[in-house]
Structures are given as C-alpha cells and as structure tokens.
Write a protein that binds this ligand. Sequence first.
Ligand SMILES: *Cc1c(COP(=O)(O)O)cnc(C)c1O
Length: 385
Amino acid sequence: MTASQIPLFDPQAQYARLRSQIDARLRSVLEHGRYVLGPEVAELETALAGLAGVGHAVTVGNGTDALQIALMAQGIGPGDAVFVPAFTFVATAGAVVAVGATPVFCDVDRSSFTMDPADLMRRVERVPAGLTARGVIPVDLFGLPADYRAISEVAAAHGLTVVADAAQSMGGALGGAAVGGLAPVTATSFYPTKPLSALGDAGAILTDDAELADRCRAIRVHGGGELAGLNSRLDTLQAAVLLAKLEVFEADRARRRAVAARYDAAFAGHLDLQICPPGVASAHAVYAVLSERRDAISEALGQQGIASRAYYATPLHLMPAMRPYSEGPGQLPVTEWLCARILALPLYADISDAEADRVCDAVLAFLGAQPDRASAFSAASAESR
Ligand SMILES: *Cc1c(COP(=O)(O)O)cnc(C)c1O
C-alpha cells in the first residue's frame, strides 16, 4: 500500500470540514442577489475590525490591491522611496511599483526572517539621490509579526509612513496587540493558502484612521471622482465564505501552532528554524526549515508523496522585474543566504498528527539524524553584531 499524498496546504480539506456552513452562507447570497459589496461584506468588515482591534476594515479584491490602495490613500507615488524587505512575496514590492514609487530593498534578520531595523536605518540614511524616503512596508513573514517597535522608531525619526504587509499573519499578535493594529495601516490577503482564506481572491485594509479608511473605500470603487481609483470591490460570495471560516479561525490557528510545535521538537538540534522572539505570537502560515541540502531533502520528501517548496528561492532584488531598483547580488547577504536554504514543509489545520510525524521522520531519515551544517552564517553574524 502506498502512503497518501501530503500537500503543502490543503484548502479543500478545510472546505470539506466546513461544507455545510459554507454552502448555507453561499446559498443565501445566491438567493438575495447583492453579489458585490452586499450585506455579508459589511458584516465581515465589522468582524475583521473587531479581530484586529481597530476602528475600520475596508475589504478589497486581493492583498496586492490592499497594499496598493493603502499607498495611494497616503499619496505615495513617483519620486517616493518605499523600503521593503527583499525576502518576501513579490507583491510587496509590486504594489510599490504599481503606484509609481521606488522600492528600496532591505535585508532581514537571520533568526526571525523579518525586516532588520538596523539595515532599514542604514538604507534610509543613504536614500538614493532624487528620491524622498516616504514609506516602509514590514512583512510578517510566514505569519510572524515583524519588529514593529524598532521599525516604528526608525520610521518616526525619518518621517516614514508604515504600511504593514500582514498577508500571512492574520491571527498573530505582538506584545498582546493583534495583527491589524500593529501599524497605522495594515494590508492583508485572504488568498486560499493564507491563515484566513476565501475560496478565491480577497483582501482587506485595517486602520484606526477614519479619514484614511474613507479614502480607501473611495479608491476601491474608482475613486468616487475625487481620487484616482481602482475597481477592487469584494464579491459578496467571498465575504460569506470568510464569515463561515471566522467561526473556526482561532481553533485552526491553534491546530497549526500545535503542528508547528511538533515539527520544532522533532527538528531541534538538527535544522535551523525561524525563531519567534519573546512576546510574539505567529499566525503559523508557513513552516520552514533551513538546510544547505534543501533541494535534496525536497526530492527525498517528494519520493514519499510529501510536498515541500523552496519558498522564497529568489530574493526580490534578484528578480528580473526588480532589476531597475536593484544593486545586484551581494547587497543583502542574509536574504540571499536564507533564499539558498529555505524549505517550506506541509502546514495546515487538517494535517493529522500521523501525517506530521511522517514529515518529521522523512526529513530526519534523510539527515541520518546528523545535525545539519546550515548554522555557519549564524555563528559568524552573531559575532559581528
Ligand atoms: C499573498 C501575499 C501578498 C499578496 O496577496 P494577494 O491576495 O495574493 O494579492 C502580499 N504580500 C505577501 C507577503 C503575501 O504573502
């Protein structure tokens, strides 16, 4: 008998578990007929604002639009520099380019994988000629909130506006405050593999600033004649799905946290992992290990029906699309080091303990339970700090 396949994410399994609640809500939308920005959208926005502990949630078509609209609503555009980590999904910088501003890539912290505030400071102080430093987009990578305290200090000292990219971190927290309330404005995504997920594209902007929220609401419906806008309305069907999934949101996060803890225990002493600083709660969107042999590990897992992915294998500054904004290889050493070693493993609420153990056993069997040597950089960089 061959063992079953274990995917990286499994949104279908979650749908199967919640089928009756989701189907009932979808049917209700199909029948009432207000298919765009309908009553479920307003209900979802109230629920999201409550979850984030902020005054306003503005749902939009996807997470990239949420970032773009948050930038547009603050007048960020041509001639402005916006600092982004180089170790993230391409959309973080894509939104900056879409508004005509210039992304400036920052390195990340070796252990948290999120933006290094010291590197941000260095790059803000030598912003390229002809550009005005206007914004910074910290990314909560793999669900782990960035170091908002330190980043906000740099931002305040240099007049930068902070837009949080929380596409992967809904449900996370920092020092007791929920994601969504860690920056003056937060953009998130409900893409099917994110912690809170629709059955298609969806996103939201979260803020305590009523005027900013009003501008975002105008921009998502063509700008209302006052502002330049987009069409980024949310489908009512997706809001209905999200309302059904909010019922199990905390339970699912707790389950992913338990699976991540199981992996941590199995891999401790064998592989380098993302380290969660004290006082930070991850949303556990992605579980990743570091290894110089990650391609061979991935192949060995694949032979046993276990999915894994080098995630993200290419730093933003080395992508062809970002060449106009890049100084080329060698400028962002931690990011490049991580991209060469990172490997994401299966993590989702519906994975069983037995399946998670199969993942652990397969990885450890490959390593021969010998400690991996990925730590060379951490020893060197720890000394230099
Ligand atoms: C998914 C993601 C986005 C974009 O969200 P979409 O809904 O796919 O547009 C932006 N930033 C990060 C870090 C992401 O993971």
